[in-house]
Design a protein around this ligand. Structure first.
Ligand code: ADP
Ligand code: MG
Length: 629
């Protein structure tokens, strides 16, 4: 009988499989098992619609047999089988696989790993075998056929005896090369692990005769030593019903926790598990986890976000990053959808409408669960925020604030009055009648901000202040600009929006105009202005700030690798009620050089309070000594 040729495009894919430098050869098993499962689905369906076909649940299974000696790996199923025509058509032509379409477009580009991580179908068997034999009997036929191929040259097909309906795929596993270990595909442990990894949730049992060991009967000798003997036992290797397909009512928190740890999503129990199933434009089940703590590499470039993606119980991608926005990158878990095809390439997946739809739903779900936690389980939310609050703030800041609407309600900052983290909503609800702004102060730590002179007046007014201790805080807030129509205002900004005080300020500044101008001159360009301050109650001086760039932002930016050397516009504010001011006024009349020295000392003090470094510490030390003299 003449060997038949593959169709042109099939031949190309086959060549690709055989010669592929593709490293992920192990997925062939997933592909063949998924085909077997599809075939059983079809005969199950037949038994539902055709009363002549009886259905016995135990008759449906997939069996794996590894014969090391002959290097045969066999995958048997009790599915619908194939007729002679079907063998020719289905295995001689490849389905409209996404991978192939992509291959055509990219034929010229060398070295592109076009197969990616995706379903490549039946031909993937050729990645690991020299010969592939398919013996099949269709549910519609009395005859069985054997299809056999060694690769690109073509295939042979001939009748054969087979008692039962179904398909048997026999792979003659390649011998090891210097670079590749093929023996592992005949190894019981390795096969078990591969099935656990890729096919654990196939809904039919995947069986294998597994080697076990037992005590030999009557073997116990006088010295207590026992003898053991090997025996084989049929074992089902997959757990079949995935936890996410089970009914929520059947599951306890422990079940989710156990699954989370089994999957190595994290080292300790998750803070929250979210189990949803959605029907609609795309139907899917999702199991999402919010870890209790950030993994050690979370805030580094090495961290890779993503959810596992399953197509109807078959794992097709371990980290599908398109399912999670960056600001929720800490979420772990998986999505399983029958609407995502197993044979989809990574490139096509990115544009997949269903996937986009699922990603949006997943994002909305995470947001709503976090909002609920903030409202109803504050202790938990505090813990969450401690681990991942920074990521949310980065999320507000990045992409030019595109996502601020999603994230702003989830933010929390330390409050001067509540002495704990509060949300912006809570702040607004406590605002005083005459309060126009949401006030904030920036600094290294709560303790340091607590002592900042600039906070005095605001506190005196009884207004609440949010303390920004993270580098990112002020940057994020500048992107937000407002929350529910209320603007943010730094306690260091020139205009605090407290009217009566502003007027008085202005008056005092005018009265001492000559002195202040002289001081500004003495500080030769370091400050934009010297003026009277009403924000100070007990402290003598502080720095205020005008314009978009705050003093705290200057600090952060100047710590960056390619230091842009930006300077905030600083204003030196003097407490005119402080007794030191009388001394300056006196000096202004008697000894102008002294005023110069005082100006420098005060300016440097203000820098120190802000946590900025003094430009000339030696001069500062000398000035202090001169004072003491
Ligand atoms: P896909 O599964 O995406 O259709 P494959 O290349 O994996 O593509 O399989 C090609 C076709 O071969 C299947 O669609 C199916 O019709 C047939 N087939 C493969 N394996 C089996 C099997 N075990 N039983 C019945 N039909 C099969
Ligand atoms: Mg397939």
């Amino acid at each position: 009988m003449a060997t038949k040729q593959f169709k042109a495009e099939s031949q190309r894919l086959l060549e690709l499989m055989i010669n592929s430098i593709y490293t992920n050869k192990e997925i062939f098993l997933r592909e063949l098992i998924s085909n077997a499962s599809d075939a059983i689905d079809k005969s199950y369906y037949r038994s539902l619609v055709d009363s002549n076909i009886s259905f016995n649940k135990d008759d449906f299974y997939i069996r794996i047999t590894a014969d090391k000696e002959n290097r045969n790996l066999t995958i048997t199923d009790t599915g619908i089988g194939m007729t002679k025509d079907e063998l020719e058509n289905n295995l001689g032509t490849i389905a409209k696989s996404g991978s192939l379409a992509f291959k055509n477009e990219n034929e010229e580009k060398e070295g592109v790993d076009i197969i990616g991580q995706f379903g490549v179908g039946f031909y993937s068997a050729f990645m690991v075998s020299d010969v592939v034999t398919v013996i099949s009997r269709s549910i519609d036929s009395e005859e069985a056929y054997k299809w056999e191929s060694k690769g690109v040259e073509g295939y042979d097909i001939e009748p054969i005896d087979k008692e039962t309906v179904g398909t048997e795929i026999i792979l003659k596993i390649k011998t090891n090369t210097d670079d590749e270990n093929y023996d592992e595909f005949l190894d019981e442990y390795r096969l078990k692990a591969l099935i656990k990894k890729y096919s654990d949730f196939i809904k039919y049992p995947i069986k294998m005769m597994v080697k076990k060991s037992k005590e030999k009967e009557g073997s116990e000798k006088e010295d207590g030593k026992k003898e053991y003997e090997d025996y084989y036992e049929d074992e089902t290797l997959n757990s079949m019903v995935p936890i996410w397909r089970k009914n929520k009512n059947e599951l306890k928190q422990e079940d989710y926790d156990q699954f989370y740890m089994d999957k190595h999503f994290g080292y300790e129990k998750p803070l929250k598990s979210i189990h949803t199933s959605v029907e609609g434009l795309a139907s899917y089940n999702a199991l999402l986890f919010i870890p209790a703590k950030a993994p050690y590499d979370f805030y580094t470039k090495e961290f890779e976000k993503g959810l596992e993606l399953y197509s109807n119980g078959v794992l097709i991608m371990e980290k599908c990053s398109d399912l999670l926005p960056d600001y929720f990158s800490f979420v772990q878990g998986l999505v399983d959808s029958a609407d995502i095809s197993l044979n989809i390439s990574r490139e096509l997946l990115q544009q997949d409408r269903q996937l986009k739809f699922i990603a949006k739903k997943v994002k909305d779900k995470i947001k709503s669960e976090l909002s609920l936690m903030l409202k109803n389980d504050r202790e938990k939310y505090d813990e969450f925020f401690k681990s991942f609050g920074r990521q949310l703030k980065y999320g507000v800041y990045s992409d030019f604030g595109t996502n601020k609407e999603v994230l702003q309600d989830l933010l929390m900052f330390y409050s001067s009055t509540e002495k704990k983290l509060v949300s912006l909503d809570e702040y607004i609800s406590r605002m005083k009648e005459d309060q126009k702004f949401i006030y904030y102060a920036t600094g290294e730590s709560v303790e340091k901000i607590e002592r900042l002179p600039q906070t005095e007046l605001i506190k005196d007014k009884g207004f609440e202040i949010l303390y920004f201790t993270d580098d990112i805080d002020e940057f994020a807030i500048k992107i937000l600009m407002k929350y529910k129509e209320k603007e943010f205002k730094s306690v260091s900004s020139k205009d605090l929006g407290i009217e009566s005080d502003e007027k008085e300020n202005e008056k005092e500044t005018q009265e001492n105009k000559d002195l202040f101008d002289f001081m500004k001159e003495a500080l030769s360009g370091k400050v934009k202005e010297v003026r009277a301050s009403k924000r100070l109650k007990t402290h003598p001086v502080c720095l205020a700030n005008e314009g978009e760039l705050s003093i705290e932002m200057e600090k952060v930016l100047n710590m960056m690798p390619n230091n842009p050397n930006l300077k905030a516009d600083k204003i030196l504010e003097i407490n005119t009620n402080h007794e030191m001011f009388d001394a300056i006024k006196k000096a202004f009349e008697e000894d102008k050089d002294k005023v110069k020295m005082y100006s420098n000392i005060l300016y440097n003090q203000a820098l120190l309070i802000e946590g900025l470094s003094i430009e000339d510490p030696v001069q500062f030390a000398n000035d202090i000594c001169n004072l003491i003299k």
